[in-house]
Design a protein around this ligand. Structure first.
Ligand code: UD1
Length: 365
């Protein structure tokens, strides 16, 4: 059985690493499985892309489409044409995609048009906000997929509400697999913390990259001013900056505000193996990323989410996560109120990737 996997953005390299490892294990045990990896090139800066392949042992992509940045339509369109050609050439049994990026949609659409079945890992997640490009990508991808592999029960029920029940399975979260798998191989905490000049549990960690925050000057200012006022010498805030965020801080005149307080430490995007250690060692995480909200929970760290909605509703229900948007006062109040919550039982036990591969095999032919 041949699987063509399409990835392109930072979190997809991590998710694909878990499933690629499960495929490799099956192959070692004699299964007839081949995976061909396609990197769309949506993320192309070395520390947004190459470092993940170097560290996570994801198989090297056979194809790199190098689409780079562009408007959503231009980017998705370029990928669509290129993935189509690859599918024709490779004639796979499955097309595998992850999450909700433009690379996900392009891969799924190209395959569906060629009648190649699509397997969507992280199916069913919804923010119910169609202004988010990711929400459009998710809905469309789910509706052309044959195998919809959900990380949570809420995701299964979202699909049911849209009339999608065939091929839907709750397999757990491959990001939980990744957290377990890579914690084992990450450097020791003191080594990682030493690289950033931080103390165990002596700092907060923040990430901001969503278009809804970076492309709205009022929201970005609310977030940056909250971070600048919360950071203090005895508990600094580490803020690894996505290139998009750095660019909009600069063009919006906010970089100065961010740099005024030296306890707010702006650094380049960090490799995933450092990130999981930083997450685990942080006192608190502030983020607008989906993955980081959950990783906070995996590592037992309370989270403040800088968005109006979340796809990971169970983190809120269990008390680990607070949704506060981009308002400075709300962010500051949530940081004071943050505390650990109750266990969540739906992300699986680190076996989500194995279930993904088993389902792909069971549907073969
Ligand atoms: C994309 C996903 C988002 C995901 C994120 C993970 C979509 C619609 N969004 O967002 O869901 O959470 O990846 O990180 O697919 N840039 C660089 N170098 C890079 C990559 C991006 O400079 O390697 C800059 C470019 O100016 C680019 C901008 O960042 O235009 C945005 O990149 P893009 O890939 O469009 O979306 P992300 O914000 O990374």
């Amino acid at each position: 059985m041949k699987i063509v996997t399409v990835v392109g953005a930072r979190p997809q390299f991590v998710k694909a690493a878990t499933v690629s490892a499960a495929i490799a294990l099956q192959r070692k045990q004699g299964a007839d499985l081949e995976e061909v990896l396609v990197h769309t090139g949506q993320h192309y800066d070395p520390n947004m892309s190459q470092v993940f392949f170097d560290q996570l042992e994801v198989p090297r992509p056979k194809y790199n489409l190098a689409v780079g940045s562009g408007s959503h339509g231009a980017m998705t369109g370029k990928m669509l044409g290129a993935v189509e050609q690859i599918i024709v050439e490779e004639a796979p049994d499955w097309l595998l995609v992850y999450g909700d990026t433009n690379s996900t949609l392009a891969g799924a659409l190209a395959a569906a048009k060629l009648h190649v079945p699509v397997c969507h890992v992280e199916a069913g997640l919804r923010s119910f906000d169609k202004r988010m490009p990711e929400e459009v990508n998710r809905i469309l991808t789910d509706h052309v997929s044959e195998l919809l592999l959900c990380p949570t029960r809420a995701a299964v029920s979202n699909l049911k509400n849209e009339g999608v029940t065939r091929g839907v399975h709750h397999v757990g979260d491959v990001m939980y697999d990744a957290a377990l798998m890579f914690t084992k191989v990450a450097d020791a905490p003191e080594v990682v913390l030493g690289r950033y000049g931080l103390e165990p549990k002596g700092f907060r960690l923040a990430t901001v990259h969503r278009a809804e925050n970076t492309d709205d000057p009022a929201r970005l200012e609310g977030i940056v001013s909250a971070l600048a006022s919360l950071a203090e010498p005895r508990c600094p805030i580490l803020l690894p900056l996505h290139p998009r965020t750095r660019a909009t801080l600069k063009s919006g005149g906010l970089l100065e505000l961010a740099e005024r307080n030296p306890a707010l430490r702006l650094v380049e995007p960090v490799p995933f193996l450092d990130m999981i250690v930083l997450e685990k060692q942080a006192q608190l995480i502030l983020t607008d990323s989906g993955g980081v909200q959950k990783e906070a929970y995996f590592h037992g760290v309370p989270c403040v989410t800088l968005r109006e909605d979340t796809e990971w509703v169970e983190t809120i229900a269990a008390g680990w996560n607070q949704l506060v948007g981009a308002d400075r006062v709300r962010i500051e109040a949530a940081v004071l109120a943050a505390a650990p919550g109750r266990p969540i039982d739906e992300y699986g036990s680190g076996d989500a990737a194995a279930k993904v591969v088993a389902l792909l095999q069971s549907k073969d032919g």
